[in-house]
Design a protein around this ligand. Sequence first.
Ligand code: NG6
Ligand code: CA
Length: 522
Amino acid sequence: MRILLQPKFHFLSLILLISVISCKNSETKPENESEQKSKPNIVIIYADDLGYGDLSSYGATELQTPNMDKLVNGGVKFTSGYASSATCSPSRFALLTGMYPWRNENAKILPGTAPLLIDTAQITLPKMLKQQGYQTGIVGKWHLGLGDGNVDWNTQITPGPNEVGFDYSYIMAATQDRVPTVYIENGRVENLDTNDPIQVDYDNNFEGEPTGLNNPEMLKMKWHHGHNNSIVNGIPRIGFMKGGEDAKWIDEEMASNFLGKAQDYVRSHKQAPFFLYYALQQPHVPRTPSPEFVGKSGMGPRGDVILEADWCVGEFLKTLENEGLLENTLIIFSSDNGPVLNDGYYDDAVEKLGNHKPAGVLRGGKYSLFEAGTRVPFATYWQGTIEPQTSNAVVSQIDILSSLADLVGSTIQGEDSEDFLTTFLGESKKGRENLILEATGRTALRSGDWIFIPPYKGAAVAKEVNIELGNNKKYQLYNLSDDLGQETNLAENNPEKLEEMKQVYDSIRGKMNTEVRELELK
Ligand code: NG6
Ligand code: CA
């Protein structure tokens, strides 16, 4: 039976209807179906630096990503799904808090020693779900700071994910290219030998310790820009670290290690509703595929780790299936920011790219205010509940908090988070009217099909990564409906539209912001 929904038909009413129907056929339906539909397991699979064009379901022809495609093609495929930001920490902050990252002046790419970015009193996605009876876990990349800024890595590290709503955490502190290069489980470094304590410093090296800069002979991967501090597993990193030999991760095993922890979490928490934030570390640098994936893409390590990430998604889905949970689990799949090729190591990402277009038709990439910085693969999948479809609704990861609150019966709303539950479930095509996009502290506005970028000084292109940043001393205005690649700046020919966009932008972002910036440009 196909139930046609009025736009305002609420999802919970649908559940009621379904439960009434299922009562009549009680021999074929599980008794707790209504409970399962309002409190499904929730999984967010979140990739790191995966671009809008990196998936075959988003148009890639040179790479095949069948497992991610299963989520995208089997659920709602969002064509205008956004991360809040063009870099990691701000996007993760927004995902977990439902708040624009530019409201928090510390929401920038964080070093491994940064203090916890989320206030422990702040409402978060896992806290909200916990209040509704969920078990909550995170496995993978954190990059939201830990402790108070003066962490002793050899004792309990707190506050961290466990203090902002996660019952269970198995994380890397920052990024794969930043120290400390260790796994942290519930605030404790895994496999730490207390006789070999860990020290971390982002300013000064520890005496006598080799670095990428001074000891190129020790490197199996060469640095291109940055990334020339401590050497771990032959890979030079950002930041200095001493000790903790037994605790150091092996890069090539990271993907399967995180996968195993995510699978364990599902198996051991399946009795009651759970929320798992599975934050993949690929295809961020350093790109270190496991031996099975080396050379598999023909595109060098970046392509190989995308295939490996796809495999991880497939294995993870198999676990849900084998445990009988696929029909009772809402999966949200996305990426924290757009793609980058050379992000600081010589790894053939540029040289072996061939015809692949990591950003698809979009302009820019990671770090950019142009579309490819923040517009990312974004899909919601719930077998048996969400009908496969494509949606052009503008949605942001910021909206996940309020939307999931609606799903599980919470009244909590994130400060900037809009409730698009019906859109995420494929029952409506309504999206945001306005969305502020952020890239390394700068902001732009999407309103309808229009993009407004205020003037910014600074380089037009970030040379080392070879990405157009979106900076221009003039106002920029693009109409995405016929110019998805943002080639034609309509600002001068459309003063009225420009003014309208400026007003909306100022009303959200604050007029001060515009005035200060314009003054700086003079
Ligand atoms: C940059 C790093 C880059 C990457 C990025 C964070 C240099 C020169 N570049 O500062 O390699 O680590 O930070 O990426 O150090 S993110 O996806 O976590 O935001
Ligand atoms: Ca990232």
